[in-house]
Design a protein around this ligand. Structure first.
Ligand code: BGP
Length: 480
């Protein structure tokens, strides 16, 4: 298998990390609008109400809401043929349970999509990327309440209809798999996904299981709905998964690693195998967690299976093991791998892990896989002549593309696209920083929100242009 001519090369962004304009044109407050900026080792604050003199990065983002024509023109200059965007639910239904949608919000996304189509860039639209109206959390208790599924589906229907004929590729949810009753979670991870703080949940295991189940059900119901509205719709769900390796070949450690990695797959099982997995229900039962699949739900799982799997890939980790002396500090709490380097933010850099994960996932489901995020968060410096040299980013991306190509060309994995995270610098989700940059395009805004907001092309901009123009054959980097 070779990279197909219509292979998708592009990037991914999320509304709350770029748009800003958090209270303009009828947008309601959403969960991330209450989150302050943090940094590596210092968690983002989660506030009950907006406080004066506090910086909430989503309020201004990179001002994409007003600057998107300029930004899309720059992105188009690299030759990308796909951009994954998200729709901020709170722009469409400001309170989540409003009786009618906000026209200005719909128009914004119609115009944004038209701008992409003008440059022949395929819009890939995520319907939930950490952007829930806060009212749905406070009034209904977030995803634990089935009423929220109804409101989500109404929002999906509004957008499927509003963008019918313009958008064919959809993503129901971004990274719901981090909701996991079996492991301790940080407040920011449960908050980002469901607007709830882990430390404040009273019945943690039951609540997280309910949320994981309801989101899975909502995704399947959205797929079914999207197919009904337009048979051309290709609908996927995006997962943030990582390979989990064993520290050594001790079979106990190998089994522990397998179990830790497998935990992230029960929702994909449900979405691809037309059935919520019985093993998960039995496992829950053993742990005193009650979950029952109604006949109506079973029908939804049956009729709402995915067309493709979206994979966000950044890092791998090593499973904890009995007698480990160190505490897990890798991305999702695993141990660091002594064979591999880490980014400045402690994320393990493992290009081969991408090939491994592509193989593992493709062999399990046989569905097309789109790499929906990949990238290196790094600090960039502007030199005196205005140039931004970022060979570290090029090195990271080119190594990952090489491994993806091996998965496609040697291992016969049907991978349909490669989207980098944040092709234009944006606000970091986990830290709220601007200085954790992923882009090919630099945005002159600092961690305090100060700067000209000017956009500048980095060296990697020209490199990605060359990668795309050659359909992935020229990935070398000439630093001159
Ligand atoms: C993914 C999220 C993105 C993005 C990315 C990088 O999990 O889908 O929203 O933010 O991680 O993370 P960060 O911004 O924390 O560096």
């Amino acid at each position: 298998m070779k990279l197909k001519n219509d292979f998708l090369w592009g990037g991914s962004i999320a509304a709350h990390q770029v748009e800003g304009a958090w209270d303009e044109d009828g947008k309601g407050p959403a969960i991330m609008d209450f989150v302050t900026a943090g940094e590596y080792g210092q968690a983002r604050g989660i506030h009950e109400s907006i406080q004066a003199d506090v910086r909430y990065p989503s309020h201004t983002g990179i001002d994409f809401y007003h600057r998107y024509p300029e930004d899309i023109k720059l992105l188009a200059g690299m030759g990308i043929n796909a951009l994954r965007i998200s729709i901020d639910w709170s722009r469409i239904y400001p309170q989540g349970d409003d009786s009618t949608p906000n026209k200005a919000g719909i128009e914004f996304y119609q115009n944004l999509v038209d701008e992409l189509l003008k440059y022949k860039i395929k819009p890939i639209v995520t319907l939930y990327h950490f952007e829930m109206p806060i009212n749905l959390v406070r009034k209904y208790g977030s995803w634990e309440n089935k009423k929220v599924i109804e409101y989500y589906l109404r929002f999906c229907e509004t957008m499927f209809q509003a963008l019918k004929g313009r958008v064919t590729h959809w993503v129901t949810f971004n990274e719901m798999n981090h909701i996991d009753p079996q492991s301790e979670a940080s407040d920011i991870f449960t908050y980002i996904i469901a607007g709830l703080k882990y430390s404040e949940l009273t019945n943690k295991k039951q609540t997280l299981a309910n949320i994981g189940y309801n989101m899975t059900l909502a995704s399947c119901a959205a797929v079914r709905l999207g197919h009904k509205i337009d048979k051309h719709n290709e609908i996927g769900c995006v997962f943030g998964i990582e390979p989990v390796y064993a520290v050594n070949s001790d079979p106990d450690n190998v089994l522990t690693a397998f179990k830790q990695m497998d935990r992230d797959f029960y929702q994909i099982d449900a979405m691809c195998n037309k059935k919520f997995p019985q093993y998960k229900l039995d496992e829950y039962k053993d742990q005193g967690i009650n979950l029952a699949v109604s006949a109506e739900d079973a029908q939804i799982f049956k009729e709402g299976s995915l067309d493709f799997i979206g994979m966000n890939y950044y890092a791998s980790s090593v499973a904890n093991y009995a007698g480990a002396s160190e505490k897990g500090s890798a991305l999702f709490g695993g141990l660091q791998n002594t064979f591999l380097p880490v980014s400045k933010w402690g994320w393990t850099i493992d290009p081969v892990g991408l090939r491994y994960l592509l193989n593992y996932t493709y062999r399990k489901y046989g569905l097309p896989i789109m790499i929906t995020e990949n990238g290196l968060g790094a600090v960039d410096e502007i030199s005196a002549d205005g140039r931004i040299q970022d060979p570290y980013r090029i090195a990271y991306l080119s190594k990952h593309i090489q491994e993806m190509k091996k998965a496609i060309e040697i291992d016969q994995v049907n991978c349909i696209g490669y989207l980098t995270w944040g092709p234009i610098d944006l606000v970091s989700a986990t830290t709220g920083q601007m200085s954790k940059r992923y882009g090919f395009i630099y945005v002159d805004i600092d961690d305090q929100g100060q700067g000209t907001a000017k956009r500048l092309k980095k060296d990697s901009y020209y490199w990605y242009q060359q990668v795309i123009a050659s359909n992935g054959t020229e990935i070398q980097y000439d630093s001159k």
